[in-house]
Design a binder for this molecule. Structure first.
Ligand SMILES: Nc1ncnc2c1ncn2[C@@H]1O[C@H](COP(=O)(O)OP(=O)(O)OP(=O)(O)O)[C@@H](O)[C@H]1O
Ligand SMILES: [Mg+2]
Length: 263
């Protein structure tokens, strides 16, 4: 059986879709078969991010109402190997139950190595759907107080959903600001939330290029390295944290920090 991982957050806009997408892509580049499930019902945008919106014929609601088979709703393309998307819907009159979602993600886990679920923000009804469909959760947080406070609530709620493993992905971290002690580090965040870290993704303009899969343009960028390390951590017990501060240490690091601050 494949692993079923829900990518959740407390606060909205912290990077769940970006992390879900980047992780799925890095896993598929690593030879794993992956199905992304868009459960941000109503505000779904994974199809757009993957450039697959024109390929979508059926969606989750069609599968659940029996208008199509699960296989017919899955879309792929754009040169992705082993990466599929189960699209969500913009509008739905279909009432979806957690058990229906579980049965869909169980079927997918029978075929794919990884089922990655992009959840809506917060802890509403659709958050429950996303979490019921998974047995592991990645809580995406940014190093800002509002994000951490909301993540803390969500981590508390996850305990009641039979999730076997919950860990944090710190997104949009800035090495220069952590080095200047103007931003919390990943270890401080982990301690505050009493939750282990799965990985960090630095703040970077490359993220949009990464999401549009033009890897050759950014082959050695910190975004690619961070997602490669994230995949390593997900696949093994030995966690490695991307050293986002290294560029900002030592004499040259201090100069870099000052340049970054002044421009
Ligand atoms: N590491 C990063 N560096 C720079 N920009 C980022 C990073 N991560 C995410 N972003 C940007 O932040 C914005 C929000 O990201 P995203 O849509 O992934 O958040 P979300 O948590 O899925 O939002 P929602 O709660 O609305 O679903 C996007 O414009 C994305 O490009
Ligand atoms: Mg999203």
């Amino acid at each position: 059986m494949g692993r079923k991982i829900a990518v959740v957050s407390g606060k909205g806009g912290v990077g769940k879709t970006t992390v879900a997408c980047g992780l799925a892509l890095a896993l598929s580049k690593n030879g794993k078969s992956v199905c992304l499930v868009d459960l941000d019902i109503g505000l779904n945008n994974l199809d757009v991010l993957l450039g697959l919106e024109n390929k979508v014929v059926y969606d989750l609601a069609d599968c659940l109402s029996g208008r199509c088979r699960l296989k017919q709703a899955l879309v792929t393309g754009n040169g992705f190997e082993n990466l599929y998307l189960l699209p969500s819907m913009r509008f739905s009159s279909v009432k979806i139950t957690p058990l229906q979602i579980k049965s869909i993600t169980d079927k997918l886990a029978g075929v794919f190595d990884f089922v990655i679920i992009d959840a809506p923000a917060g802890a509403g009804e659709n958050f429950e759907l996303a979490v019921y469909g998974a047995n592991e959760a990645l809580v995406v947080v940014t190093p800002h107080m509002a994000s951490l406070r909301d993540a803390d609530k969500v981590i508390g709620l996850l305990k009641g959903f039979g999730i076997s493993e919950t860990s944090i992905v710190v997104n949009r971290i800035r090495g220069d600001m952590v080095a200047r002690k103007e931003m919390l580090s990943h270890t401080q965040i982990s301690k505050l939330l009493k939750c282990p870290i799965m990985g960090v993704v630095p703040e970077s303009d490359d993220i949009n290029i990464y999401s549009s899969f033009k890897f050759d343009k950014i082959a050695k960028s910190k975004t690619v390295v961070a997602f490669t390390i994230l995949v390593h951590n997900i696949k093994t017990d030995k966690k490695v944290i991307y050293d986002y501060e290294s560029r900002y240490k030592g004499l040259i690091g201090i100069i870099r920090r000052n340049i970054k601050r002044s421009v």
